[in-house]
Design a binder for this molecule. Sequence first.
Ligand code: C5P
Length: 226
Amino acid sequence: MQNNVAVIAVDGPGGAGKGELCLRLSKKYGFAILDSGAIYRVLAYAALKKGIALDAEKELSSLAANLNLSFKEVNNAVAVILDGEDVSSFIRTEETGGAASKVAVLPEVRAALLQRQRDFAVAPGLIADGRDMGTVVFPDATAKIFLDASAEERARRRVSQLESRGVKADYDKILKEIADRDFRDRNRATAPLKPADDALVLDSTTLSIQEVVDTAVKFIESKLGR
Ligand code: C5P
């Protein structure tokens, strides 16, 4: 428990199915979701807009500390609002994801965003989606899940997601983007992507979303003492 608030930490690489799992868990338990990746994405987007280099640690950490960011529910989806503007569609591109993983390498940037993320833990509980939720941001989380999947499977899922929206997708290009982002996330010195020692590691490569949810819920119930 984090200040007597139940926190369920869901970490793992992009495209492993964390978003869908968090949505289902949020509905089941009535907990809010912290999409921490969206915060890094908005920061990268704001930096690019202001012409700040993605390795300018001082400028980026001060931008991070003063980011005027909020989340708002619009038509059953969570919109990301930066300075009053809905930037959801701009931050969801693979390009912004790659830029986010560059600013996310910088320790001062991560430090500037730490308290902002912890403030999301309010009663009755929080589903925290990210890379370091169980290891750094909420080390005392009630339950920690690390959801993985092979890079090839994640690229396939991304391609079919884009194609279902009528967007043409290049599998090889997407696979390379995923591999590059994974490498940066897993090998950075501060808060690298890795399972917490007490996390349930779930490989979703050959599992359906329902199988992932069922396994996760069983584990969470045991941690919640139900
Ligand atoms: O989860 P999402 O793909 O939106 O995250 C974008 C990038 O933000 C990740 O590739 C990672 O570099 C960074 N990130 C992070 N720590 C988190 C969440 C996201 O470093 N807790």
